[in-house]
Write a protein that binds this ligand. Structure first.
Ligand code: ATP
Ligand code: MG
Length: 352
């Protein structure tokens, strides 16, 4: 509940690369919200490739323990991953999602309309299942008489599909258009994607729902044609719900529609915890130069606050960012500007 908190404990995990530049910027933006949120307390935590090279572990137990017991929410930066397999190293973000049961990755992709109050050309949310599909990472290779053969297991369960379905319907309910598109490929994968599609559909009429979702309209689209459509007519989409891998691809594709990865936020959400995370990676090509776009992280902070019920604080962050983008005078190089991370942050703070 939001009423009970006298302070808001936020775990900060900048991790690697530009994460170390953009997460501090998001922190400063949160601090500028004053009394619109409970007094924020930040707890800096370790994870990532650099942590691994230093301590031999990518996700220290301490980090998970503190997130679980002391934090109300968290902001994660980005991890660099080695290009080749390194023994003992596995992605801390994948592990964190599992440890904290953050079963949904929610990625809104919204363009900024030329003037305030206008309808943006793109305004959609990708809701990606975060725990199964091909990400169970059960792969094997065998040698047959015809050469090597590799296989991967793709897991789809009713439980995971139902809870991601519920989350997607709940999100659709909060939105103006209340439109949900189920993404799948059940013409080919009739058993796995068939189960996903059918289970999400059933949420609509699930006895527990008691008519709650009646106002949501549901459509389905095969993943290949959904990508095509996303580029041709993005305005048809509102909320899209997808199994893990399709969701990953769709949300990166959708990010391309709004100009830069540096703009697109996400949250990893479960029933008890929420963690904001910019969609971009550690951007080794620009890391340390002070020119990373902090907007994706500031928007991730807004999403995190919104899910916790701090609508006013979230709205203020989003509005300030929109104003800076609309003005177009203080932008980082990814948006063809000449400004630094700090200058963009300062512009956002001024609007706040
Ligand atoms: P990783 O393996 O960590 O994902 P990557 O090389 O794939 O690293 P990304 O971080 O995914 O890099 O970024 C892809 C491209 O987008 C890079 O050229 C990067 O510089 C750019 N980019 C990503 N995020 C930002 C940002 N916040 N500001 C500016 N440019 C960005
Ligand atoms: Mg990347």
């Amino acid at each position: 509940s939001t009423a009970a908190r006298s302070s808001l404990k936020i775990g900060l995990i900048p991790a690697d690369g530009i994460g170390k530049e953009v997460i501090p910027a998001a922190r400063t933006a949160i601090e500028a919200l004053g009394s619109d949120i409970p007094k924020p307390e930040f707890i800096e935590l370790l994870a990532g490739w650099e942590t691994f090279t230093r301590y031999g572990v990518a996700l220290p137990e301490e980090t998970v323990k503190i997130l679980r017991s002391d934090c109300d929410c968290a902001l994660f930066g980005s991890v660099s991953s080695p290009s080749r397999k390194v023994i003992g190293y596995s992605s801390p973000i994948v592990a964190l999602r599992k440890e904290l049961d953050l079963y949904a990755n929610i990625r809104p992709v919204v363009s900024v309309a030329p003037e305030a109050g206008q309808t943006p050309a793109v305004d959609l949310v990708v809701v990606r299942e975060n725990t199964e599909c091909l990400y169970v990472k059960q792969e094997e290779q065998i040698i047959t008489e015809n050469g090597k053969e590799a296989r991967a297991t793709r897991l789809i369960t009713e439980r995971a599909s139902r809870r991601i379905g519920k989350m997607a319907f709940d999100l659709a309910l909060e939105r103006q258009r209340k439109h949900l598109t189920i993404i799948h490929k059940s013409n080919v994968l009739s058993v796995t994607d068939g189960l996903f599609r059918e289970t999400v559909r059933k949420v609509h009429t699930f006895p527990d729902a008691e008519g709650k979702y009646d106002s949501v309209s549901v459509m389905e689209q095969l993943v290949d044609s959904a990508v095509y459509r996303l580029f041709r007519e993005p305005e048809v989409f509102d909320v899209m719900v997808a199994p893990n891998l399709y969701g990953d691809i769709l949300s990166d594709a959708a990010a391309a529609l709004v100009g830069s990865l540096g703009l697109v936020p996400s949250v990893n959400a479960g029933d008890d915890f929420v963690m904001g995370e910019p969609v971009h990676g550690s951007a080794p090509d620009i890391a340390g130069k002070g020119i990373a776009n902090p907007i994706a992280s500031i928007r991730s902070a807004a999403l995190m606050l919104r899910r916790l019920g701090y609508t006013k604080g979230a709205d203020r962050l989003d509005t300030a960012v929109d104003q800076v983008i609309r003005e177009g005078t203080t932008l980082t190089p990814d948006l063809n500007g000449k400004s630094s991370t700090t200058e963009v942050l300062d512009a956002v703070l001024k609007k706040l």
